[in-house]
Design a protein around this ligand. Structure first.
Ligand code: BG6
Length: 526
């Protein structure tokens, strides 16, 4: 395949300047449970800062951190500032910033406060209630409040119950619409099985309406993922061929180079399937496979996504492969195998890689396999959705059978080098008809200025303006677990003999290759 693309000589943005500017959200307070945690420091506060920089936090705003650690608000604020400082000029960070904009930082943290407490102590929630009333008065937040549960999943249910008991989730309605809103953001993992997801839904819905619940999947905060809908439904070109008539199969790859890092304890009971598949990978699949929604409102979009998840056939054991990385070389450095990572059992059966073949049983996709794979310690950090089109029906070229022609691929690069490319055949210049595969390539960075972004900006903004389009609905979450549950159950009782089956720095076990070879297909290189 030819890959002699030249760098675009000059970046030029064509077309009209943006037609729509996001308005700042209305007044509100944001309570972050897990204020001292990693998620808050690394992602939430930097995302809030990026919103503040671009004028997208409310004029009347307050942040209240809650955690078990005893510390002052000033100390907390300083630690957040330090974290932000680490992004300054850091070339390895996607959130690289040139300097901290002090005015934006002041706007964001002018109303910071911190409360120490145990999430199991109802006294904490009574104090929080009083504090929120003070904040509403002093910062004029209108009593609106976003509760962000940046905590381990075992706290999700109990925290919602405590908030409910203290009356902190009560909204004031006028004509059926909240005049004073209360919303709760819940991180993943949302349950660890079909039953536990159902139980958690039942539990939190005793205190919350579905409209108050924002189940976050940070993959939906990625521009490239949101763009799939724009790409499919704002262009007349692709939809007519986006079906079983023209598409041979779809491959989705989410490859990471990192191992389990410091998360061994969490990962041991989670594994690659639970960590990545029913959430991130299925969200990618749903974006690609959903029917066109009638509008871009939360209900229309989520209805269509729910339809496609409901049409997914239950995963069969023979269509699923698991693997675990052994010692190897990652980016030219020797790295240990999974079983030698901190807080991992020496005989662990937790999978760090999964590959699978799934079907979507509806008119659009009947007979089109969807192959998915994700893993840690693979050769490259790279995620893509690749759509393989069917061959031309006949090739009128000498000595060339139609099956020998390289196929057309449409590839959505989720990260890094975000963009979309289309591979097709052209005639190589010269006196004889000789064919070559080339790419037509769209790269975000060639067309749009790159803004510092940690991926949570849009999602937090959407919570503040009350737009649930990019959040998971109760039925969707439960359906995703339905698809993978039988395989999780089977794997739990049948540990494989040869689980440690791919060296770190490679692209998964041979069994994953055989999964496609069985169908006469092959994975794209990572
Ligand atoms: C998280 C998983 O949800 O997503 C991690 O728990 C994984 O294990 C991460 O590394 C990947 O996200 P991103 O945005 O870095 O691709």
């Amino acid at each position: 395949m030819s890959d002699t693309r030249s760098e675009p000589s000059k970046v030029q943005v064509i077309g009209a300047p943006p037609r729509r500017q996001a308005p700042p959200p209305g007044p509100c307070a944001m309570v972050i449970f897990g204020a001292s945690g990693d998620l808050t420091r690394r992602l939430l506060v930097p995302a809030l800062y990026n919103l503040a920089r671009t004028g997208l936090i409310p004029d009347h705003f307050a942040i209240i951190g809650v955690d078990i650690t005893e510390r002052s608000a000033e100390d907390w604020r300083n630690s957040l500032h330090e974290m932000l400082q680490s992004f300054v000029g850091n070339p390895s960070s996607e959130n690289r910033i040139d300097a901290i904009d002090d005015a934006a930082w002041q706007r964001l943290t002018g109303g910071v406060s911190y409360m120490q407490g145990d999430f199991g102590d109802s006294g904490l929630f009574e104090k929080l209630k009083q504090h929120l009333a003070d904040v509403a008065r002093d910062r004029q937040t209108g009593g609106n409040c976003l509760f962000y549960l940046a905590v381990a999943d075992r706290f999700f249910g109990p925290l919602v119950e405590q908030l409910g008991r203290a009356g902190l989730l009560d909204e004031e309605l006028q004509d059926g619409k909240p005049q004073r809103w209360r919303r709760v953001v819940i991180e993943k993992p949302f349950g660890h099985s079909m039953d536990s997801a159902h139980e958690l839904n039942t539990r939190i819905r005793r205190d919350l309406h579905e409209e108050q619940i924002y189940r976050i999947d940070h993959f939906l905060g990625k521009e490239t993922v949101q763009n799939i809908m724009a790409f499919r439904f704002a262009n007349g070109l692709f939809e007519p061929i986006w079906n079983r008539d023209r598409i041979d199969h779809v491959q989705i790859t989410v490859a990471e180079t990192v191992g389990v890092e410091h998360r061994g304890r969490f990962y041991e009971v989670t594994g690659a399937m639970r960590d990545m598949v029913p959430n991130h990978v299925f969200q990618l699949l749903a974006m690609v496979a959903m029917e066109p929604p009638v509008g871009f409102d939360a209900r229309s979009v989520r209805d269509r996504k729910a339809d496609v998840i409901a049409a997914m056939g239950t995963l069969k054991q023979e269509d699923a492969v698991r693997g675990q990385y052994g010692p190897g070389t990652e980016l030219q450095t020797a790295v240990p195998g999974y079983r030698a990572e901190p807080n991992v059992a020496a005989d662990s059966h937790t999978e760090t890689f999964v590959a699978m073949r799934l079907s979507i049983d509806n008119w659009r996709w009947a007979g089109v396999p969807f192959y998915l794979r994700t893993g840690k310690r693979m050769s490259r950090r790279y995620s893509e959705i690749a759509i393989r089109f069917k061959h031309a029906p006949y090739a009128p070229f000498e000595d060339t059978h139609v099956e020998e022609l390289p196929p057309n691929w449409l590839v959505v690069r989720i990260q890094p080098d975000e963009g979309i490319s289309l591979q097709f055949e052209v005639k190589r210049p010269g006196p004889v008809v000789d064919l070559a595969a080339v790419h037509m390539d769209f790269r975000y960075r060639d067309w749009f200025p790159r803004e510092p972004n940690v991926g949570y900006e849009t999602l937090i903004y959407d919570c503040m303006i009350g737009d649930q389009t990019l959040f998971q609905r109760a039925d969707m979450v439960e359906e995703t677990w339905r698809v993978v549950q039988p395989v999780l159950d089977a794997w739990a009782v049948k540990p494989p003999a040869d689980l440690q089956n791919y060296p770190a720095g490679t692209d998964g076990p041979e069994a994953a290759d055989r999964l496609l070879q069985r169908d006469g297909r092959a994975w794209r290189p990572v």
